[in-house]
Design a protein around this ligand. Structure first.
Ligand code: SF4
Length: 380
């Protein structure tokens, strides 16, 4: 298929595909799906080998948000039966983070609901970052606290944060359909503030909110232009009690095409399989490992994910390796490091990190059963 050969060539050269080529990936048939996955898999292996980076979410503050993002169970007026609590103490957050790290996570993502942090919130999160870094050598910490105001990104960076997440979620043209309390430009500005402060930017999307193929391509090109280091791809979890509760419009095949399109447009970026993978990809999840090089281990913010031991087994069964803290995720040209020998797209992996042993897997599962960062039962 000429399209796929062209996309592989461009991906290996880090060249941006045309908009029509990206749209054509989304329009491929089910008969072509394995060819699409195989082609995007070549690009994935060129830049990331067969490594899978694991990330672990700790929800520092849950629910009670004044914003109205329609996909979100924590939004203003949400009737979703989620846990609601205010700031976890630094020690408790560090304990929750340690459980993820012992299960193989190399990045901890600290998330708080709300429009954005106050300066006092930034201080609180800074204390939490210190507590996590003291207890977990080599762990990366990403903060996800909403829209930032002047100086906050710099303070988080000074406190030891490695990265900042703020997703664009959907295209600029349709942003007003999913949220009225802030706009697309606000989100772009926060990602740019994080980058300007020296934080590694993480920004992604949510698919399955009723958007068109053109919207999906638009948001992925907007992300490519922003050039974050990581791009989480969420698939909408249609929570009861939110305006998008009826939006069940993804198939596993479409989810794989979306991930392949993101990989072709952002070939050398950490593409992360994020919320909704279990309910939308279902038994096709292992195929997604040929497209993404990163995923969340364990629970999401307000919903329970697949058991950690199942994630680790899936990665091993599919022939991939958990990435260790001694390995730099991004290719050298993105980090300014000296070039290492290129991974062989035909499949020779770099030296893998050992998978967590059975004892640590058990520990991870035990903690996850309590819900991320709390003693309360998870929200299924
Ligand atoms: S996505 Fe964030 S800002 Fe929007 S409603 Fe949810 S918690 Fe609030």
């Amino acid at each position: 298929m000429d399209l796929l050969n062209t996309l592989v060539d461009k991906g290996l050269r880090r060249e941006v595909p045309s908009r029509d080529e990206a749209l054509a990936v989304l329009a491929t048939s089910d008969d072509e799906l394995l060819d699409v996955v195989a082609a995007a898999g070549k690009v994935r292996r060129q830049w990331f080998g067969r490594r899978v980076k694991l990330n672990y979410l700790v929800n520092l503050k849950s629910g009670l948000c004044p914003e109205d993002c329609s996909y979100c169970s924590q939004r203003l007026g949400s009737k979703a039966e989620i846990l609601k609590y205010t700031w976890l103490k630094p020690g408790d957050a560090a304990e929750a983070a340690a459980a993820g790290v012992s299960g193989g996570a190399k990045r901890v993502c600290l998330v708080a609901s709300g429009r954005g942090p106050t300066d006092r919130d930034v201080e609180r999160v800074s204390e939490t970052i210190s507590a996590i870094k003291e207890q977990n050598e080599g762990v990366e910490v990403c903060a996800c606290l909403g829209l930032l105001t002047d100086g906050q990104a710099g303070r988080l960076h000074a406190a030891g944060a490695d990265a900042y997440n703020h997703n664009l979620n959907t295209s600029e043209a349709t942003y007003g359909d999913i949220c009225t309390t802030h706009d697309f430009a606000d989100r772009v500005a926060t990602v740019q503030q994080a980058q300007a402060a020296g934080l590694s930017a993480c920004s992604g999307l949510i698919a399955g909110m009723g958007e068109s193929d053109a919207d999906l391509v638009d948001v992925v090109y907007a992300l490519r232009e922003l050039d974050p280091d990581s791009v989480p791809v969420n698939f909408l979890i249609p929570f009861e009690g939110t305006p998008l509760a009826e939006e069940w419009n993804l198939t596993p095949q479409r989810a794989l095409r979306i991930l392949a399109m993101v990989r072709f447009v952002c070939p050398d970026v950490e593409v992360r399989l994020a919320g909704g993978r279990e309910v939308h990809l279902r038994s096709m999840q292992p195929l997604a490992l040929h497209l993404v090089n990163s995923l969340f281990l364990g629970d999401y913010l307000t919903s329970e994910g697949q058991a950690g031991k199942d994630d680790l087994a899936m990665i091993a069964d599919a022939g991939f390796e958990v990435e260790g803290t001694d390995t730099t995720t991004l290719p050298p040209h993105r980090t300014g490091a000296a070039a290492a020998p290129a991974a062989d797209p035909a499949g020779t992996p770099p030296v893998p990190a050992p998978a967590p042993d059975e004892a640590t897997r058990q520990g991870l599962v035990a903690v996850r059963r309590r819900g991320a960062g709390t003693d309360l039962p998870p929200n299924a």
